[in-house]
Design a protein around this ligand. Sequence first.
Ligand code: TEU
Length: 569
Amino acid sequence: TVQAPWWTRAVVYQVYPRSFADSDGDGIGDLGGVIEKLDHLSDLGVDVLWLSPVYPSPQDDNGYDISDYQDVDPLFGSLEQLDALVEGLHARGMRLVMDLVVNHTSDEHPWFQESRSSPDSPKRDWYWWRPAREGMAAGAPGAEPTNWESFFSGPAWELDEASGEYYLHLFSRKQPDLNWENPEVRQAVYAMMRWWLDRGVDGFRMDVINLVSKRVEPDGSLHDGPPVPGTPYGDRSPETVCGPRIHEFLAEMHREVFAGRDGGLLTVGETPGVTVEDARLFTDPARAEVDMVFQFEHVSLDHGPGGKFDPRPLSLLDLKASFGRWQAGLADVGWNSLYWDNHDQPRAVSRFGDDSPEHRRDSACCLATLLHLHRGTPYVYQGEEIGMANYPFTSLDQVADIESVNWAREALAAGADEAAVLAAVRHSSRDNARTPVQWDAGPHAGFTSGTPWLAVNPDSTGWNVAAQRDDERSVLAHHRRLITLRHEDPVVSLGSFTMLLPEHEQVYAFRRSLGDDELLVVCNVGSTPVDLGEGLPEVAGAALVLGTHEPADDGTLLRPWEARVLRPA
Ligand code: TEU
């Protein structure tokens, strides 16, 4: 039998460096700050650090707009500090995964500058340049080459006055899309990746990697998407998500970059819009593409018809049906990654839990238990391990993220009510995840000695790492126990998954089995008690392996947000 890969037992921790820890007092987190906090990560027990981008960047999208792939932005430190970070992690038995953002560069990257310089530039074809729509004057409303909307509001095409042509940017206009159809582009990306691996990093989290293959005709034409009601745009997804050459490109990348290197590496593709069927292909080891992908289904269930800024309540039945399908779909082939939070999502305890003082600790622990006991590799986003919550924004001026800022501007311009716009931003903004990590109860939560670039959550006096470090009942201690359990118990890492009580409106329950061994997980996903009654007879008499409420009751009554991991008698 083949030995299971190391990452089936691993837990990954994401650092968003701008908001993690500031070592030089400029109010922006940096590599020095990450290095100072490495013991926090080893105490927590995580195996891998995924570092969001630290490369030179104009910071239009907080570093996801890269102007040099092979250096570190002075804002964050230096290449020497990056080397020191790798060394510090390796010395503690952890690995470093870098963010790889190659669907697009910054418009200030020399490749784009050269591409833009002239239609005859040898790099013109490294990006997506297209003339205005046939029969229309460049710059006229609706003359964009296709009807796609950008992720950050407005059309996905920007007119370059000098040449009269448009370039494609699925994200901000300062993030032009690279043309992966051009083999020179792909080889330049692979060479850059090899350079980082040779330097000692242990893998990549690949930003929107399933968008790199667009559906393009042999003559170079791209297609409009079907109209999106209530907007002037068409749906770009069928034209850009998991395009015709995506598996070819990832297999090529694997051959060119990863083949022949040792098995200590980790690759995870960020793949919005991916289906279970696509994910099986991406993560089937026999196909050699990537180890796992981030899917977005469970974090879209509370989006209304108007998208993420039009939220609706989450239905637990939908959540269970979704996770259940992903667990089943990748049971025999492929692998799941498991997450609630990252730098793009509102805080899980506020979104899926209950962040009122009464239930915050318990719901944060319950959600963590639920996630970490699934089959797959769990990802913990900075601050999640202490139950950090959404920020109580009271004004749009407090928001910095380009996605929220652009969306709010457009909504207000279209006549939306200001209070409603603020409420949507408060609920859904990515800045909820980007407020500084709360290290202690001191000024600016110990994040910086200067003025933080984004305000610290006022709840930091009560909710911080220092207050939780030695408290066995804390959210932090609970995460430590969950991580240890995954390391030590093969049922957690490798056991099969069976959903139980799929129709129960408040209980999330499942079984994990490996050989003769079995774990039963029962979670009360609600702020009122619930009695399991006759629903799961195995609960009575089962031994508690790990729970949110100890000492546990061995009856069938679950307290609000109580989660139990049980070993049936
Ligand atoms: O995100 C891609 C993505 O699909 C979304 O999560 C998106 O950012 C947005 O939140 C949609 O509502 C990745 C990065 O994680 C994100 O921070 C970047 O802004 C984006 O790509 C562009 O690089």
